[in-house]
Write a protein that binds this ligand. Structure first.
Ligand code: NAD
Length: 275
């Protein structure tokens, strides 16, 4: 730190950390990323955001055509990308997905474990099948991806993992009939906190993003429509979130600008969890 004769402190704040301005520290040039559930909705928006910030992006989805369609969009924008088909609830799929991406780009720096499903039924009627399916994708799938990507990241001493949880991990949106969903997302937060504190000393940050109610195909099912109408009245922002409302947060969590953040649950919900 140097205070010069003109009285101006020329330190990292003045010159930028490692000589980089804050906007430069948000760039992801040269980074290899993947987004699960990248074929539509929030994941598609994440893939675009990471690519616009400079990363190469593997778009992973259980539906091949969806992943390929987003890759076509990214290609038009000059973003390097690849489509990978995988069911993240299956260990063999996750292993193949990680190996495919790592062999294409040499490594993985950014893992967005975003794929998830939402079913709703009254708690007393929640079937074991619904419970298992929700947990297999939302929690087991997120764990499998964290572990497989984490192994590569720990070896290289660097990585950013961003899990998509939900505001429902914190509050119980009412009227509620999403027992399995809410519980699985609370599990994603605890998974994130545990890995985030365990791995940061080895260079791997693990955080999660908890959106409020986002206007995507996920919430457009007939059964959810009446619930969405009720939830709308609970949002101080007066509207549903759009996927674009989440894009800057993903870039921030993926970038070196958030290096001191780990195990965090970043909630973006238009104030809904406060009402
Ligand atoms: P979406 O249904 O619009 O998209 C999910 C994508 O994931 C789809 O392309 C689907 O094909 C894919 N997918 C589903 N199961 C998969 C599997 N087993 N393996 C790989 N891909 C799979 O959903 P969305 O609204 O974009 O939600 C994305 C994430 O955000 C989910 O984890 C969801 O729980 C979470 N979330 C959504 C909202 C919301 O209101 N939309 C709110 C909070 C959290």
């Amino acid at each position: 730190k140097e205070k010069t004769e003109d009285g101006i402190l020329r330190d990292e704040v003045f010159f930028g950390k490692n000589g980089k301005s804050i906007l430069q520290r948000l760039r992801l040039d040269g980074k290899a990323a993947y987004v699960t559930g990248g074929g539509q909705g929030i994941g598609r928006a994440m893939a675009h955001a990471l690519g616009e910030a400079g990363a190469k992006v593997a778009v992973v989805d259980i539906v091949k055509e969806k992943a390929e369609s987003v890759v076509s969009e990214l290609t038009v924008k000059g973003i390097q990308s690849v489509a990978v088909t995988a069911d993240i609830s299956k260990p063999e799929d996750v292993q193949r997905m990680i190996e495919t991406i790592a062999s294409k780009w040499g490594t993985i720096h950014i893992a967005c474990n975003n794929a998830g499903i939402n079913m709703n039924s009254d708690s007393e009627d929640t079937s074991l099948e619904e419970w298992d399916q929700t947990f297999n994708i939302n929690l087991r799938g997120t764990f499998l991806c964290c572990q497989a990507a984490g192994r590569i990241m720990l070896k290289q001493g660097y990585g950013k993992i961003i899990n998509t949880a939900s505001m429902a991990s914190l509050i119980v949106p009412h009227p509620q009939n999403q027992l399995a969903y809410n519980t699985s997302k609370a599990g994603v937060v605890k998974l994130t906190q545990t890995l985030g504190t365990e791995w940061i000393s080895r260079g791997v940050r693990v955080n999660c993003l908890s959106p409020g109610i986002v206007d995507t195909p996920l919430i457009r099912s007939e059964s959810l429509k009446p619930l969405v109408q009720c939830w709308l009245t609970d949002i101080p922002a007066g509207r549903l979130a759009q996927v674009t409302d989440l894009q800057a947060a993903v870039v921030y969590l993926a970038s070196e600008a958030s290096d001191y953040m780990t195990g965090h649950n970043l909630v973006i919900e238009g104030g809904q969890s406060l009402w």
